[in-house]
Every structure is written in C-alpha cells, then in structure tokens.
Design a protein around this ligand. Structure first.
Ligand code: CAA
Length: 265
C-alpha cells in the first residue's frame, strides 16, 4: 500500500476526498472477470468497508469499450462443476458484500456490461451509464446462465417479464433502453460519465454517513421481509439515526435557517 493507492494485478484503486474508485483493468479482454480479479474485487471492497476515509465507492472499467464484458470465458471453458461452483460462489459472495456494505456504491458503466459485468452493476446502489454502454445477460448463448445474481437482482430491479426476456433471449440493449426499463439511473455523454459519477459521489460523501448506512440497510433487508417485519426494521433503523450528532445538527441547522455542518458522527 502506497498512501491511498493499493496495488492489484487487475484492478486500479484510488481514494480521494472520501471517494474510492475501483477500475477493472484488463482492457485487452474487455475487463473480463477471472477468478483473480474477482478475489481482488472482494479484497478491495473489504478495504473500502474498513477504511473510515472511504465514504463512497465508484466502480468503472479501464479503456473506452467496456465496463466488464462478463466472466472470463477462456478461464471458464474447461471448468468442472466443482470449479464453476467455487467461481460462482466467490462472485456471489463479492456481489452480496458490495450490495450490503454500509457505504453507497455507484457503477459508472462506460461500455459493455455483459453477463457478470451487468451483475456487478446490479450489485451497486446506483448505475450511471455512458451513451455508448451496452447491457445484457448473454450467458444463454454460451450454454450457461447468470451465476453472480443476475436471475435474482435483475427481476427485482426491472420486473420479471423484462428480466426473463433479457436473460432468456440473451440480447444486448443500449443505454437508452436500459434507462427506459429502469436498469440505469442516468445516461450521460461518455466524456461526462466519470465527472457526474464523482459529483454524485461527492454529494453522498458529504451527507450523514450513519443515515446513509441505515437507508441501505432498510432498503436492502426490508425488501425481502414480510411487510410488518420490514416496517419494524424501518422504524428501528430510523430511530437509530437519532443517536447521531448529524441528526441533531441537521435539524438544528434547519431551524436556524443555515447549512448543516455534518461531521459523520
Ligand atoms: N471473457 C474472456 N475474454 C473476453 C470476454 C469474456 N467475457 N469478452 C471479450 N473478451 C476478449 C475477446 O476474446 C478478445 O480477445 P482477443 O483479442 O485475445 O481475441 C478481446 O476481449 C476483444 O473482444 P472482441 O474481439 O470479441 O471484441 P468485439 O468488439 O468484437 O466484441 C463483445 C465485444 C460483444 C463484448 C464480445 O467480446 C463478447 O461477446 N464478449 C463476451 C460477452 C459474454 O458472453 N459475457 C458473458 C460471460 S459469462 C458470465 O458472465 C457468467 C456469469 O454470469 C458469471
């Protein structure tokens, strides 16, 4: 580790002003995810979770063509079922870790987000896409199916019928269509993608971290609970925000008609 830079073989990692940027960096294979890259992603996500200087994560891809073009097909081709199982388990563990970690994540999708690439974007809290981004779950054309949460998160995000159409048909869709069906939050010109992702990340980094953590907790875990249990989770998560100085400051500042000075405590 050098200052805020850590070194990985397949991922670039920087932390600046509370924003961790994780860049998948195998541009020659369109940032395809092999086992090592997925292990590095889990490692760097763990570092981000534990580092109090990190408030928000941005995930993106190196080069101009791809976010991530999926799991590495050359590595998967000869896998036996036991090896495939451990690859899919590692991917799912990593996706769930990012999805449930107490810090927000933004996928800045700068090109192909196919298969496992789309699944990584799905595990993030929000997705910004460049106009040239392409999305899809083309696993069916390889004789397999999504294995890092695509059959689970895609229907939750865009509805079952649309998800089945994409996963069964295996077609790519462009950023405009991805926006129409709610797969991405925003579509931006390619040269503005990272600036807009950083702008939103900077905004989140300045907001009360504990309340953000409780929002994520309530949305993520409340979603799959029976409504009465989910309501309980929400009211208790909300009540816990009242243990923070940021809640006192936020309300005091409102009543004094001034901007709040949040401290993250
Ligand atoms: N795995 C391994 N290598 C890949 C790759 C992948 N997923 N995607 C692209 N590459 C490699 C290509 O093999 C090629 O390598 P060489 O230069 O050594 O030949 C290089 O990246 C550039 O790719 P193309 O020449 O194919 O570029 P293109 O512009 O013609 O096409 C593409 C781009 C449409 C994305 C095409 O590469 C493609 O279809 N890639 C595969 C996409 C895919 O099927 N993803 C799903 C994988 S399965 C999965 O992800 C399972 C899961 O749920 C976990």
């Amino acid at each position: 580790m050098k200052g805020n830079q850590m070194s990985y073989n397949n991922i670039l990692f920087t932390v600046e002003d509370g924003i961790a940027t994780i860049t998948f960096n195998r541009p020659k294979s369109l940032n395809a995810m092999n086992y090592e890259t997925m292990s590095e992603l889990l490692d760097v996500a763990t570092v981000c979770k534990n580092d109090e200087n990190v408030k928000v994560l941005i995930l993106t891809g190196a080069g101009e063509k791809a976010f991530v073009a999926g799991a590495d097909i050359s590595q998967m081709q000869d896998m036996r079922p036991a090896e495939a199982l451990s690859f899919m388990e590692l991917g799912n563990e990593t996706m769930r870790f990012i999805e449930t970690m107490p810090k927000p994540s933004i996928a800045a999708v700068n090109g192909y987000a196919l298969g496992g690439g789309n699944e990584i974007a799905l595990a993030c809290d929000v997705r910004f896409a460049s106009e040239n981004a392409l999305f899809g779950q083309p696993e069916i054309s390889l004789g397999m199916m999504p294995g890092w949460g695509g059959t689970l998160r895609l229907p939750r995000l865009i509805g079952m019928g649309r998800a089945k159409e994409l996963i069964m048909g295996g077609a790519h869709i462009d950023a405009k269509r991805a926006y129409e069906i709610g797969l991405v939050n925003r579509v931006l010109p390619a040269d503005q993608l990272m600036a807009e992702a950083r702008k939103f990340a900077a905004k989140l980094a300045g907001l009360p971290g504990f309340a953000l953590k409780m929002i994520k907790h309530s949305v993520n875990f409340g979603y799959d609970l029976a409504l009465d249990n989910a309501i309980r989770l929400e009211v208790e998560s909300c009540a816990l925000c009242f243990s923070t100085g940021d809640q006192k400051e936020g309300m005091k500042a409102f009543l004094e008609k001034r901007k709040p000075a949040f401290t993250g405590r």
